[in-house]
Design a protein around this ligand. Structure first.
Ligand code: PRT
Ligand code: ZN
Length: 286
């Protein structure tokens, strides 16, 4: 029988859409995945299990699944030994300490002797130890944001994304402890045949991510500024330069990183570049 790699996705929640989109961006189609616990791909040796996110780390370790996509926060809280293969760039959030808006905050020593409510005691314990803070941790499984309002704790440690939950509970974020996003994890010591499939999958994922982080740029440049413009556009090797009908001008094609993009565009304009086109890249193979 053909070897297949098994991956676990969150069944329903903040990781689900990103996980399914990643698979489809990688050109992998699932056979009737809707509402099922289990599905398999029609064009890649992959089986998908749909689970609660909290169960995924343990199932990876136990061998129920070979790999999984889950928040980095959940992996770190579980403390389980899995291989973190790749950060995937979606479901981003931070884990922060927050206190009532009306309470004055100086620095992290504020938390000495305080009571902190959280669903993530392990991450918090590690942080407090590093900062040499002695605080009491009160573990609750949900609605952490109401803990100070009902007098259960002096502070909370929870996931923050837009910050609006904090605002509507009259809390303020005072320390960012961890930045989290979806991560692909794998069981340690996968057999060679599964490892090969995982590497094929990672190759596709990395190509998709590279493409998302980069843009293809085309522009016309005056020849006397070409050298300076080329300096700004390293490209994958170096930019492509094509002559234009007007002898004093050339056309330049290259790839720019999304993060440098606006910075580069304004410098290009200063150097006299014209007709700048920026287009998305679907896949990028390095
Ligand atoms: O049912 P299951 O157990 O599978 O799902 P779940 O309810 O435990 O998880 P889910 O879907 O809420 O979150 C899954 C993962 O998404 C988390 O482990 C994080 O890695 C990530 N993530 C990203 C978030 C958020 N953003 C987020 N905003 N997880 C939770 N929140 C909550 C947060 O707890 C707080 O209550 O949203 C609220 C804050 O949001 P803002 O925008 O008001 O700051
Ligand atoms: Zn959960």
């Amino acid at each position: 029988m053909e070897t297949k790699l098994r991956i676990a996705f969150q069944k329903k929640g903040r990781l689900s859409e990103g996980s399914l989109k990643l698979l489809s961006d990688c050109g992998i189609s699932l056979k009737n995945a809707n509402g099922k616990l289990f599905s398999s791909a029609s064009n890649f040796p992959l089986e998908v299990l749909f689970l609660r996110d909290d169960d995924i780390p343990q199932y990876v370790v136990d061998g129920v699944t070979d790999t999984g996509i889950v928040g980095l926060n959940v992996i770190l809280e579980s403390g389980l030994p899995v291989d973190n293969m790749d950060l995937l760039g979606f479901s981003g959030c931070r884990m922060s300490l927050a206190i009532p808006k009306s309470v004055e905050y100086t620095d992290v020593n504020f938390f000495n002797g305080k009571k902190i409510a959280t669903s993530y005691p392990e991450i918090l314990k590690k942080y407090l130890k590093e900062k040499k803070i002695e605080a009491e941790i009160h573990v609750i499984s949900g609605s952490v944001e109401i803990a100070t309002g009902i007098g259960l704790a002096d502070a909370i440690f929870d996931i923050v994304s837009s910050g609006s939950t904090l605002v509507s509970n009259s809390l303020k974020e005072v320390e960012i402890v961890l930045k989290s996003e979806a991560v692909l994890v794998a069981r340690k010591g996968l057999p060679d045949d599964k490892m090969k499939i995982l590497n094929d999958l990672l190759f596709r994922i990395r190509s998709v991510k590279q493409a998302q982080n980069n843009k293809y740029i085309l522009l016309n440049a005056p020849n006397d500024k070409l050298d300076e413009i080329v300096q700004l556009l390293p490209g994958m090797k170096s930019p492509t330069i094509l002559p234009l009908a007007d002898k004093n001008w050339s056309s330049l094609h290259s790839v720019v990183n999304e993060n440098d993009f606006w910075n580069i565009i304004s410098k290009l304009k200063e150097l006299g570049a014209q007709g700048i086109l920026v287009v998305p890249i679907e896949k990028m193979i390095l």
